[in-house]
Design a protein around this ligand. Structure first.
Ligand code: SAH
Ligand code: SF4
Ligand code: F3S
Length: 454
């Protein structure tokens, strides 16, 4: 079996990897490490020891890119301290900005999300005067045959990318430009990777895609053997009842009843759906090209809750999109109340060059209004999260232990199926165990619990 953990070998050249952005980037960094380990590198967590510094970057909002420009100045210092150190910018910002990243003469390598197999060659060909770049996007690349080298700390929960790219064109979003067209990965390679993780002690896999509900593997020989997302979920759930399955992200326009019923059928498919709504206003949803309405979204929520009472529901919200009125904003707040989200990621709209919105709609909500609306959204979500947590007091959850709590060395933490974090006394349990806990009280972020003796 292939080594899925970082190799420790002092004699190898060292790569240091910083990862920004979404879970898919985290998993991509594990693919990159696998490719580089095969090429003779070993991972270091100390940038001062690195021969190669990589930043796996994100372009989703302007502030994500600004952070990277700031980091580049730090990398320049490292190059001064250790002559010969190479700096590579990979990921979405590499794809978006291409050779513009070379302007400051810090970066030696620019590699987009579909070109990681060429990293060893790019590294070999770099000279001080000729930085190397590969930003070709691919219709086929899924890295299906590459076993990611896991960089998580706990050895319990792992990401598996089941598809790449995105075929939607939400008008605000840069992802289709940085990640290219959607393609699904061979389900057999996904199942094999999950089996491998399970036999290495992992107890949770998180299936990743920008829109998992549009996952579709077309069998080359027979359409009867095509695999959709619900079928893939079932295949992974059947590996072992002790291997939990999570997934992200679901798209409200595509999440099917079949997916919801498949979730309900298997105890080891965690009852949590991340279902980004973006806005509660139909006018905004239309302009965002999300291809669903507020009514459609709320119907999906009702369906989920009727089939799986207690299913965790989280979302993403954008405040201050182009032309957003006070009434549009109020519609978002009222949708949040109706959906009663357990948690949310909330952002101010950030115009991304080249997107449909940037070309068609003026970014006309003043910054202070965006901030004020975002703050209202955050305040409301804090209340909703608190209410949701209080409803869990007295309930018993099966929790997968993920590590020792920050609060105390005698306490452990882990997540319930609904994705909420529980903290409880260790009493002899350890990371990777399943335990039953009863919720005693809560904060806005945590369920304080006790062990239920079996
Ligand atoms: N594929 C996922 C989302 C990926 S990006 C989906 O369709 O739901 C994660 C989140 O970033 C989005 O859900 C959105 O809320 C936010 N986002 C994307 N582009 C943005 C932009 N230009 N400004 C602000 N937030 C943005
Ligand atoms: Fe972006 Fe929309 Fe694709 Fe999500 S579904 S990655 S928001 S274009
Ligand atoms: Fe960012 Fe790219 Fe992910 S833009 S959110 S790292 S797909």
């Amino acid at each position: 079996m292939k080594n899925i953990r970082p190799i420790e070998d002092e004699s190898r050249p060292k790569v240091y990897i910083e990862t920004y952005g979404c879970q898919m980037n985290v998993n991509d960094s594990e693919v990159i490490l696998s490719i580089l380990q095969d090429d003779g590198y070993a991972l270091t967590e100390d940038i001062g020891k690195a021969d190669l510094i990589l930043a796996n970057t994100c372009s989703i909002r302007d502030n994500a890119e600004q952070r990277i420009w700031g980091r580049l100045e730090q990398f320049r210092l490292q190059k001064k301290r250790r002559p010969g150190v190479l700096v590579g910018i990979v990921g979405c910002m590499a794809e978006r900005l291409k050779d513009k990243l070379l302007d400051r003469h810090i970066v030696d390598i620019v590699a987009g999300p579909d070109s990681y197999r060429s990293l060893p060659e790019l590294i070999r060909n770099v000279t001080p005067d000729s930085p190397q770049m590969n930003v070709l996007l691919s219709q086929e690349e899924t890295y299906a045959d590459i076993t990611p080298v896991r960089m998580d700390k706990n050895g319990v929960s792992a990401y598996i990318s089941i598809m790449r790219g995105c075929n939607n064109v939400c008008s605000y979003c840069v992802v289709p430009y940085t990640r290219g067209a959607e393609r699904s990965r061979d389900p057999q390679t996904i199942v094999r990777e999950a089996v491998d993780l399970y036999s290495n002690g992992y107890r949770e896999v998180n299936l990743l895609g920008q829109n998992v509900d549009s996952y579709l593997w077309k069998d080359p020989d027979s359409a009867d053997r095509d695999v959709n997302f619900a079928q893939l979920l079932e295949m992974v759930a059947k590996i072992s009842p002790d291997l939990r399955v999570r997934f992200s992200t679901s798209h409200p326009k595509d999440i099917s009843d079949e997916v919801i019923y498949t979730m309900a059928m298997y105890d080891n498919i965690c009852k949590h759906i991340h279902l980004p709504v973006q806005s509660g206003s139909n006018a905004m949803l239309e302009k965002m090209r999300r291809k669903y309405t507020r009514e459609w979204y709320l119907e999906r929520v009702r369906k989920i809750r009727s089939v799986m009472p207690g299913c965790g529901l989280s979302t993403d919200i954008i405040a201050g999109f182009c032309g957003e009125t006070q009434q549009d904003h109020l519609d978002t707040l009222s949708l949040m109340e109706e959906a009663a989200f357990d948690s949310a990621f909330m952002f101010q709209y950030s115009e991304r060059p080249g997107t449909l919105a940037a070309r068609k709609y003026p970014d006309d909500v003043p910054p202070e209004v965006k901030t004020a609306r975002l703050n209202e959204i955050i305040a409301l979500q804090n209340r909703l999260s608190g209410e949701s947590n209080r409803k869990d007091i007295g309930k018993v959850f099966k929790v997968l232990v993920e590590g020792v709590s920050k609060r105390s060395p005698d306490e452990l933490f882990g997540r319930a199926g609904n994705n909420k974090v529980c903290v409880f006394p260790a009493e002899g349990h350890k990371t990777g165990d399943y335990v039953e806990v009863e919720v005693l009280s809560c904060t806005s972020a945590t369920l304080i619990s006790r062990l239920v003796k079996g």
